[in-house]
Design a protein around this ligand. Structure first.
Ligand SMILES: Nc1ncnc2c1ncn2[C@@H]1O[C@H](COP(=O)(O)OP(=O)(O)OP(=O)(O)O)[C@@H](O)[C@H]1O
Ligand SMILES: [Mg+2]
Length: 343
C-alpha cells in the first residue's frame, strides 16, 4: 500500500497530513550557518532561535507569502520534515501539495520538485480554495457560487467558486504576520519600546481583535527601551492593538469586497444565501467573522478547525481525483515534470 501524504507548506507553518490526521505541524523555519548555508535546525527549534542567534547562524523562513523564496533551504526543510515522519519506510508515497490559488505554474513545479527531493514520486498540486471547498463538503461542481476567504500568515486568499472552478480570486499579500509587524511598530512609535515577533504575536492572540471590544482588556509584556537599551515592562490595551492593526484589517475587508464586486450577480446571490467560509489561522483573531459580515453584509460561516478543511479536502482528492477531474476545473498535476503513475 502506498502512503498518502498531504502537504501544506505555509508562510507560517508546514503541515503534513496522512491517514486522516496531522502527523507534523512545525514552523516553516530553518536555522542555517551563515558561511556555509548548511541547515542546522528545523521547525520549532529554528523558530526558537530566531532573533537569538549568534552572528554565524541565521534563521530563514523559506516560504514567503505562500511561495518558496529560498529554494535550497525550502527543499532541505521539506525533505527533513517528510523524512522525520516517514523515514525511509515509505513505499511509493502519493503526495498532494496544497498551494495558494494565485501561484504560477513555475511555482507549482518548484514546490513539487522540493517534495520529489524527499524521494516521493507521485506528486500533484491543488489550489487551497478548491481543496477547502472539497473538505467543507461544498459541491462546487454545480452552477452555484460559494466564497472562501483564507487568512493565513502571509497572505489572504479570497476565491469564489462555481461549476468546478475558481470564478474570481484575489490574493492579498497581507496576513496575520502583518498584524504582528503592525503591533511591533505601534509599540516602538507610541511607547519607545522594541519588542520581538513572538511578543507581538502573543499580544495579538491574547487581546487583538478585528472589531472594537465592548470591554477593554490589557496585557503586560516585556521589551527593550529604545533609548536606554534596558529591559522594560509595559501594558498595552485591546483598543491600542485594534488601532495598530486597523490598516491591515481595512485591506482585508476591501479585498473581500472587490472580489464580490467582480463576481456575477447570481454568484453573489448564492454566496449571500450560503454565507462566506472563513478559514486560516488569521481567521481566529477575535471578531474576524463579525468584521467581515458587518462590512460585506453577508453571513460568515465560522469553521471550527479552519486549517483542517483544506487538508481533508486535498486528502479526498488524492484518494479520488475524479472529484475534481470530472468537473470543468482543470486539475493541475505535474505529469510532465515528474514520473507520476497515479493521476
Ligand atoms: N487565535 C489567533 N488569533 C489571531 N491570529 C492567530 C490565532 N491563531 C493563529 N493565528 C495566526 O495565524 C497565522 C498562521 O495562519 P496559517 O497557519 O493559516 O498560516 P499559513 O498557512 O502558514 O500561511 P499562508 O497561508 O499565508 O502561507 C499566524 O500568523 C498566527 O499568529
Ligand atoms: Mg495557508
Amino acid at each position: 500500500m502506498p502512503t498518502d501524504i498531504v502537504m501544506d507548506a505555509g508562510t507560517y507553518k508546514t503541515v503534513l497530513y496522512s491517514g486522516g490526521k496531522i502527523v507534523l505541524e512545525q514552523p516553516s523555519a530553518v536555522s542555517v550557518d551563515t558561511d556555509t548555508y548548511e541547515p542546522l535546525a528545523f521547525g520549532d527549534k529554528a523558530k526558537a532561535m530566531f532573533g537569538r542567534t549568534p552572528p554565524n547562524i541565521t534563521t530563514v523562513f523559506p516560504v514567503e507569502r505562500g511561495v518558496i523564496s529560498d529554494y535550497q533551504v525550502a527543499e532541505a526543510m521539506i525533505v527533513h520534515f517528510i523524512k522525520s515522519i516517514f523515514g525511509n519506510r515509505i513505499f511509493k508515497p502519493r503526495v498532494i501539495v496544497v498551494v495558494p490559488s494565485y501561484v504560477t505554474t513555475v511555482q507549482h513545479h518548484s514546490l513539487a520538485n522540493a517534495v520529489a527531493a524527499a524521494g516521493c514520486r507521485n506528486i500533484s498540486t491543488i489550489e487551497s480554495s478548491v481543496a477547502s471547498a472539497v473538505g467543507l463538503g461544498i459541491d462546487f461542481t454545480k452552477p452555484h457560487g460559494s466564497m472562501i476567504v483564507d487568512i493565513g500568515g502571509g497572505t489572504t486568499d479570497i476565491a469564489t467558486l462555481s461549476l468546478g472552478g475558481v470564478v474570481s480570486n484575489d490574493t492579498l499579500r497581507v496576513g496575520s504576520i502583518d498584524f504582528d509587524d503592525a503591533i511591533e511598530k505601534y509599540v516602538r512609535r507610541e511607547k519607545n519600546i522594541l519588542i520581538g515577533g513572538e511578543t507581538a504575536e502573543h499580544i495579538k492572540k491574547t487581546i487583538g481583535s478585528a472589531v472594537k471590544r465592548d470591554f477593554s482588556v490589557t496585557v503586560t509584556a516585556k521589551g527593550r527601551h529604545l533609548f536606554s537599551g534596558l529591559p522594560e515592562t509595559f501594558e498595552i490595551s485591546s483598543g491600542e492593538v485594534y488601532e495598530a492593526i486597523s490598516d491591515q484589517l481595512g485591506l482585508i475587508k476591501k479585498s473581500c469586497q472587490s472580489v464580490l464586486e467582480k463576481s456575477e450577480p447570481d454568484v453573489v446571490a448564492d454566496i449571500s444565501h450560503d454565507g462566506i467560509y472563513l478559514l486560516g489561522g488569521g481567521a481566529r483573531l477575535y471578531g474576524m467573522e463579525k468584521m467581515l459580515s458587518d462590512y460585506l453584509d453577508v453571513k460568515v460561516n465560522f469553521i471550527d478547525d479552519p486549517r483542517r478543511s483544506a487538508l481533508n479536502g486535498a486528502d479526498k482528492v488524492l484518494k479520488n481525483p475524479k472529484i475534481v477531474k470530472n468537473s470543468d476545473y482543470q486539475y493541475r498535476s505535474i505529469q510532465n515534470l515528474i514520473v507520476n503513475d497515479v493521476f
